[in-house]
Design a binder for this molecule. Structure first.
Ligand code: F6R
Length: 250
């Protein structure tokens, strides 16, 4: 496996990193709007992008940044959760971003966790097809799991997968247990964009904040590209960067 030289940008705080990324997103939205074109973003859930989403809402309210030309594709969703479930990523995204901006509902895409078992393969293909028809993802935002996962591409995930059904690792289930009221209530599987889907984005920014991420960030930035640590795959992308706060910096 090749080694890589992943770029990273160090910010004084998570707020500063989130503001910088929000400004970059706003620039792309405005320049595309001026050309009557859409801007396509790949989005993540979890605690890390919350400040980014808050900043985007702020730009909408304070500067009138419009999201009417924005198309979004979320990375993942728990399998077996209907969209109305309080822990669904659908709810998370609406609560933390979409309900507060002027996105067109038809431009919002998240994998549907209530897809029937027999339809999963065609559903995953349709999600990929939809991304292609939108013109591909301009900017993919990622977080990083403590085990190095990106989306729900857990350690062991191969680099050639597109949107697929993934098994959650024990660590991921343990981390989600509290919000689900016990590990036994956490779905064991998820729909997730694959590494190939992620690497097809024209630009990738992986956000990592806080001391608890420092060790996995250090490994992702220094170790060879390997399925053992899926975040290393980001190093194979020509325009990818880690945005870190001081605490997460290696
Ligand atoms: C969420 C996702 C996950 C998270 C990762 C970090 O859509 O794809 O890979 O980005 O688990 O989660 P937080 O930000 O909560 O530490």
């Amino acid at each position: 496996m090749p080694t890589h030289a992943l770029a990273h940008r160090l910010f004084p705080s998570a707020e500063a990193a989130s503001e910088a990324l929000a400004a970059e997103i706003a620039d792309l939205i405005r320049s595309r709007a001026a050309e009557n074109r859409s801007a396509v973003f790949g989005l993540a859930t979890g605690s890390t992008p919350l400040r980014l989403y808050a900043e985007l809402i702020h730009l909408h309210r304070a500067q009138g940044l419009s999201f009417t030309n924005v198309v979004t594709y979320n990375l993942d969703e728990y399998l077996g959760l209907p969209r109305g479930h309080p822990e669904s990523y659908w709810q998370f995204m609406h609560f933390n971003l979409f309900d507060h901006i002027d996105m067109r509902p038809e431009n919002i895409h998240l994998p549907d966790g209530s897809t029937a078992e027999e339809d999963l393969a065609s559903y995953c293909e349709a999600y990929e097809q939809s991304i292609r028809e939108a013109g591909g993802i301009d900017l993919q935002i990622l977080g990083i799991g403590h085990n190095g996962h990106i989306g729900f591409n857990e350690p062991g995930s191969q680099s050639d997968l597109r949107t697929h059904v993934a098994e959650l690792s024990e660590m991921t289930i343990r981390n989600a247990a509290q919000s689900f009221g016990g590990a036994e209530h956490v779905p064991g599987r998820a729909l997730t964009m694959g590494v190939r889907t992620i690497l097809d984005a024209r630009r990738i920014v992986l956000l990592a904040f806080g001391e608890s991420k420092a060790e996995i960030v250090r490994r992702a930035l220094t170790e060879e590209i390997s399925p053992d640590l899926p975040a290393t795959y980001v190093g194979a992308h020509p325009d990818a960067s880690f945005y870190l706060d001081q605490a997460a910096a290696p």
